[in-house]
Design a protein around this ligand. Structure first.
Ligand SMILES: Cc1cc2nc3c(=O)[nH]c(=O)nc-3n(C[C@H](O)[C@H](O)[C@H](O)COP(=O)(O)O)c2cc1C
Length: 174
């Protein structure tokens, strides 16, 4: 196929990491890839918190039962929606789609760099969002969508082909 498709197909969740750090330059490139995502009315409602401090990573891992692996990560991205940058009325909820697009861009870019990561949801769980808000000092109006711990994989993770032709519907529901 091509290198991009290969990278997309190669992406898988990685939950155990080595202690090797990720450089600031790599982290910034990853943020650039995330922010290249499409967004409704080009509002770009995302804010990205990059966490590399061990103490903070451990705090997040301890507070988030579903995201314990954050404690052993080299870094974590927290993708947030800025409610002042999203639309109004029915368009308000579009921030979720925009920030999901940024998150998937991030995961693919992570894979392309030979790193691994896992998407863990904060939104829409009030308790998880409250923990993230408190630990990272998020102001009102900044809603954490997810926490994405990352690093070099500690062991090779087996990928799997998820293609399922029975879920594919051509020209309508058939
Ligand atoms: C919205 C969302 C929430 C997720 N939440 C968690 C989570 O809390 N903890 C976790 O270990 N993995 C989480 N995952 C990762 C999924 O478990 C994983 O993507 C799925 O098992 C498929 O495996 P793959 O990513 O290797 O293809 C989440 C993924 C998404 C998209």
């Amino acid at each position: 196929m091509n290198e991009t498709i290969d990278t997309i197909l190669d992406r898988k969740s990685v939950r155990k990491f080595t202690e090797t750090p990720i450089s600031k330059q790599q982290l910034t490139t990853l943020a650039r890839a995330a922010m290249a995502a499409p967004s409704a009315v080009n509002r770009q409602p995302w804010e990205i918190i990059i966490v590399t401090e061990q103490a903070l990573l451990k705090k997040l891992g301890a507070a988030l039962a579903h995201a314990k692996m954050t404690a052993g990560a080299a870094a974590a991205f927290v993708i947030c929606g800025n409610m002042e940058r999203t639309g109004e009325g029915a368009e308000r909820e579009l921030w979720v789609q925009d920030c999901c697009a940024a998150s998937e861009n991030l995961l693919i870019a992570v894979t392309s760099m030979g790193l691994g990561a896992v998407w863990t949801a904060a939104f829409p769980f009030e308790d998880r969002m409250a923990s993230v808000r408190q630990i990272l000092g998020l102001p009102e109006g900044i809603v954490p969508l997810n926490v994405i711990p990352m690093g070099y994989a500690a062991a090779e993770v087996q990928g799997h082909d998820k293609f399922d032709g029975t879920r594919l519907h051509w020209e309508g529901w058939k």
